[in-house]
Design a protein around this ligand. Structure first.
Ligand SMILES: C[S@@+](CC[C@H](N)C(=O)[O-])C[C@H]1O[C@@H](n2cnc3c(N)ncnc32)[C@H](O)[C@@H]1O
Length: 189
């Protein structure tokens, strides 16, 4: 997607998320910085004007750096956007704003979150309904269930919807060929 189109699309997504959260609701938005044509593209353009309260640094383990032009990136940002009345769950404020959590290695989805990361987010809030509009393999649902929260997942790939469904149901979801079809409609289940 051309850069300007991508920024506009992500701004639309964030605006919709802001529209639907409650007065004490929050959004944990992760979107990696990138280097394009030798220059840093951060996410300030996407988040400009939205109610950003804090930037959490997710420190993951290293990977292979194929680019000789910059140091190996090992951090990502999680932007906490929220309405004024949002408060962390009791005791969660003892965590710092740097979270050292290894990335997920055993999940066949190409860009999964580690369960521990989502556990940290969900357990830090009192939200009863958790929405993940880019649900992938369904890590958010697994974590939401653990903390007795309801969840809504949206995912455009039928393959990943089926993977998430199997995972939630406790089936063998790690097979790489869970489904071969791809559709481009959002699905809520
Ligand atoms: C980074 S992955 C999420 C991985 C997930 N957190 C996990 O742990 O498995 C982003 C997901 O968003 C999905 N996606 C991309 N564009 C989408 C759209 N317009 N609507 C819904 N899902 C979309 C992709 O198919 C991909 O599975």
């Amino acid at each position: 997607m051309p850069y300007a189109e991508y920024i506009a699309w992500q701004r639309e997504c964030v605006a919709e998320m802001c529209r639907i959260i409650k007065d004490d609701g929050a959004i944990f938005y992760n979107n990696k910085n990138r280097v394009q044509n030798g220059l840093l593209e951060d996410r300030g353009e996407i988040l400009k004007g939205f109610p950003l309260r804090q930037i959490i640094i997710w420190k993951r383990s290293g990977a292979i750096n194929f680019n000789a032009g910059y140091f190996l990136p090992t951090t990502e940002q999680i932007y906490l956007l929220c309405n004024k009345a949002f408060k962390l769950a009791k005791g969660a404020n003892k965590n710092t704003d740097v979270w050292e959590i290894k990335q997920e290695m055993k999940n066949p989805h190409p860009a999964p979150f580690p369960e521990e990361l989502i556990d940290r987010i969900i357990s830090s809030t009192t939200g009863k309904i958790i929405l993940d509009p880019f649900a992938g393999s369904g890590t958010t649902a697994v974590s939401a269930k653990k903390f007795d929260r309801s969840f809504i997942l949206i995912e455009k790939s039928l393959k990943y919807c089926e993977m998430a469904q199997k995972r939630i149901d406790g089936g063998d979801w790690r097979q790489r060929d869970v489904a071969s079809r791809e559709i481009s409609l959002p699905i809520i289940f």
